[in-house]
Design a protein around this ligand. Structure first.
Ligand SMILES: [Zn+2]
Length: 307
């Protein structure tokens, strides 16, 4: 029984995950970004409670965390949402509390490992996991191994530039994929193009735009078309650069995938002429809302059993 810990900017979730990737118990609490000691205390408590609930001892602990993190040392870097966690070693602290082996990865990498091991990317040795929500992130698996950059760095696939005259991004560039195709980009596009008196402008969200598009709202349909075009361009770039067996798509925006997939495939087909792009399967993530917890557990298996 693996104790899984998913650390995000707004919540910390914990679960008990069996050897088949099933979540048998779960608990969560809001993230305390300022106070690491409180956060650690809550994680330890939730792990003990969920372990008691399933009536099994924890054999290991896997962590997926919003980054940047140092996956090998198990330390938090300069994470926007977790300033009080910087330099703290959660892996070491949990090892002390539970006398079990603990492993940590960036949450995008953890989710990529989960989809490759137990999800839609099973048996795909070259896989890119892409999550499209408030940002665009993911993880890259090449020849069955999680790809790491220099010094263990996690590659940021959401920040390749598609239009250098596009919107500003906190990464330092303009017009990177995230700034053009994450959920907030769709909202910003609609707000920019909505005529005076457009009824749905107030408080509109990416999810709402998708609903409006399905109901036949023309402006929302244009926003969806714009979104799908830029999703397609970014995916086409990943295909041209990596030629993976599969690209697994996830995240809140992808809950409306049927609105986007046709146009995404069309964009990919319109370019990518120097690679056999039709050999890359575009598929939706299959592990659902538990992907991050399942991913955290998979991190443990990947590190210690190479399952
Ligand atoms: Zn960027």
């Amino acid at each position: 029984m693996i104790g899984a810990v998913d650390i995000g900017g707004t919540k910390v979730a914990v679960g008990m995950v069996d050897d088949d990737g099933r979540v048998l118990a779960r608990a969560q609490t809001p993230s305390d970004g300022q106070n690491y000691a409180h956060g650690l205390e809550a994680i330890v408590r939730m792990l003990r409670e969920t372990s008691a609930k399933v009536g099994q001892a924890i054999t290991g602990i896997g962590i997926g965390a919003t980054g940047p993190v140092d996956p090998i040392r198990g330390e938090f870097g300069d994470v926007d949402f977790l300033p009080g966690w910087r330099g703290k070693n959660l892996v070491g602290d949990l090892e002390q509390n539970f006398s079990a082996r603990v492993a940590m990865e960036n949450d995008g990498d953890a989710a990529a490992l989960a989809e490759a091991g137990w999800g839609a990317g099973r048996n795909r040795t070259r896989l890119i996991y892409v999550t499209v929500g408030t940002g665009i992130g993911g993880g890259i698996i090449l020849d069955g191994k999680l790809y790491r950059g220099a010094d263990g760095a996690h590659p940021e696939i959401g920040h390749h530039v598609l239009d250098s005259s596009g919107p500003d991004c906190s990464c330092g560039f303009r017009g990177c994929w995230e700034s053009l195709a994450a959920g907030p980009a769709m909202v910003a596009w609609l707000e920019r193009h909505a005529p005076a008196g457009y009824l749905h402008r107030q408080g509109v969200t990416a999810k709402r735009i998708c609903e409006l598009a399905q109901e036949g709202d023309e402006l929302a349909q244009q926003a969806v078309e714009h979104e799908a075009y830029y999703l397609g361009l970014g995916i086409a770039n990943l295909i041209s650069m990596f030629m993976p067996d599969a690209i697994v798509l996830s995240g809140s925006v992808m809950k409306s995938a049927p609105l986007f997939m046709g146009r995404i495939r069309e964009v990919v087909r319109s370019g990518c002429r120097f690679v056999p792009a039709d050999k890359t399967e575009l598929t939706l993530a299959s592990l659902g809302d538990d992907t991050n917890l399942i991913g955290a557990a998979r991190v443990w298996h990947y590190r210690f059993t190479k399952a």
